[in-house]
Ligand binder design. Structure first.
Ligand code: BG6
Length: 487
């Protein structure tokens, strides 16, 4: 529970893809938690939309099953009274008039249309919403990532959505921006005098961003095989993390002040293309192995397609060509079926310029600031200290370690809890502006093209390992190693 939840105006939140994985696993539980904290006004309605012929009772029964573990049944049933269902197909007329009347019954409500569907449907849904006048007043649309599969398709979607909803009504969600540690990065960097003077190429050796998952693609294979790790994780989540680390101090937290700075970082990324992709990137695909103590199939078997060339792992070395970051590598690594679920940003500082210690005191390690996104969100600052006691001076590398859950005695809210209510409040600071999405595709596109041109399949790695050995070689070539905290 949060310490002092702020109230929001009454709203109707309509989830297209209401029976889908994201809605059931993430969005509804997030809303339920906000309900338990008293943040959902009593007249607010949450409306699931999908093609299945369900009614309110059928939908509530489905959700009840999914949410029952989260809290006491009595509270769950009260929450579900605010949840409704309407069967709709964006490509057919049926049902849209009734739906419009249903939404129109509460004209004073903020309206949020959350498109948790495949991006191919975004245009059809928005066009319908526009035809029925549902884009008027305090209406907002939320677009899930990935927006398109390249720059051209992202532009098509953004153009079409833009005909119905203005940019200020459009919320492009990247749930990584709602994670506590990511928001905390803003506070750590700009709320402390300590780090910012050192936050540059003069003092930082390199940055690593790891997002490792133990799960395979499971039943999301149809989507995932068309996307792959670069489109699914790097083009959005990981680039957003990189931007939060690398951006210049914004003048305030005003939405455009922050987004302007992130955009400059995206524009400054050095190109990775046919000329250098083989040196700077590694793509992999998991094979059968052991994950979380059990034998698991490889990606091709899970997918039922032995010919798939889709990557489930990416490691790459990015560089930002500006004064602050010139020459500082940003190593990014993400994958499915890795040994542990861990997401973190590790900032390694340069070595001290000269050692005054005897060699038998031990080696001097570099300071490292590790921001843990999950599990157990928190911050770790590795320092060198003297091992306590007499008997000579021995150096030790130890962390100052803060777990947010322990320090504050609160459970960290899920990223969607914060972001959904930000949409209702109309605060787009933690959402991607159109130009950010475009800049991210402009950088990611040539990497995808280089991989396609090379014709090389992704390198196999055993499920439960840290990816292909080439990913280790990528960083070791530079005389560095992946942060062992995460391994
Ligand atoms: C989603 C990706 O955006 O993020 C998934 O589509 C991935 O493939 C997920 O599993 C990871 O999110 P989290 O919050 O569990 O790290």
């Amino acid at each position: 529970m949060t310490a002092s939840p702020q109230s929001v105006e009454p709203f109707d939140l309509v989830i297209f893809g209401g029976t889908g994985d994201l809605a059931v696993r993430k969005l509804l539980p997030a809303l339920f938690h906000r309900f338990l904290d008293g943040q959902i006004p009593a007249s607010s309605r949450i409306v699931g939309i999908a093609r299945e012929a369900l009614d309110d009772a059928g939908y509530r029964a489905q959700l009840r099953e999914a949410l029952i573990g989260v809290c006491a049944a009595a509270q769950l049933d009260v929450f579900l009274q605010q949840v409704f269902y309407r069967p709709l197909d964006a490509r057919k007329d049926e049902g849209w008039n009734d739906f419009t009347a249903f939404i129109g019954a509460q004209p004073e409500h903020v309206r949020v249309f959350y498109l948790s569907t495949s991006p191919e449907l975004f245009v059809d849904i928005c066009t319908r919403l526009g035809q029925h006048g549902l884009n008027q007043g305090a209406s907002r649309v939320v677009l899930e990532k990935p927006i398109g599969r390249d720059l051209a398709s992202a532009n098509q979607i953004n153009d079409a959505v833009g005909k119905v909803f203005s940019e200020s009504q459009t919320f492009r969600i990247d749930h990584y921006l709602g994670k506590e540690t990511v928001q905390n990065l803003l506070v750590l960097r700009f709320g402390n005098a300590l780090f910012e003077p050192l936050w540059n190429a003069g003092h930082i050796d390199h940055v690593q961003i790891t997002v490792a998952e133990t799960l395979g693609v499971g039943h999301r294979g149809a989507y995932y095989d068309r996307a792959g790790a670069l489109r699914d994780m790097v083009q959005n989540h990981m680039l957003q993390l990189l931007c939060m680390v690398a951006m210049e101090p914004p003048s305030s937290l005003a939405p455009d002040a922050v987004r302007d700075e992130k955009l400059k970082v995206l524009h400054s990324l050095k190109a990775i293309d046919d000329s250098n992709a083989a040196q700077l990137t590694v793509r992999g695909q998991y094979r059968a192995g052991v994950a979380e103590g059990a034998g698991v199939p490889g990606y091709p078997e899970e997918l039922g397609n032995s010919k798939s060339n889709t990557e489930t792992f990416v490691a790459l070395k990015a560089e930002i060509a500006n004064w602050r970051w010139a020459g500082v590598p940003f190593y990014l690594r993400t994958g499915k079926r890795l040994p542990s679920r861990v997401s973190e940003i590790a900032v390694t500082f340069k070595p001290v310029p000269h050692s005054i210690f005897n060699p038998d005191a031990g080696t001097l390690s570099q300071n490292r600031l590790v921001l843990r996104l999950q599990p157990d969100e928190g911050v770790k600052l590795w320092l060198t200290i003297k091992h306590p006691g007499p008997g000579g001076l021995r150096l030790r590398h130890v962390p100052l370690d803060m777990s947010f859950a322990q320090a504050f005695g609160v459970q960290q809210p899920d990223a969607y809890e914060r972001l959904l209510l930000d949409v209702v409040r109309g605060n787009p600071t933690l959402f991607m502006r159109r130009d950010e999405v475009e800049a991210a595709w402009r950088w990611a596109g040539p990497i995808l093209a280089a991989w396609a041109d090379s014709g090389e399949p992704p390198r196999p790695y055993a499920a439960g390992s840290w990816g292909p050995s080439a990913a280790v070689a990528l960083i070791e070539r530079d005389g560095r190693t992946w942060n062992e905290d995460s391994e």
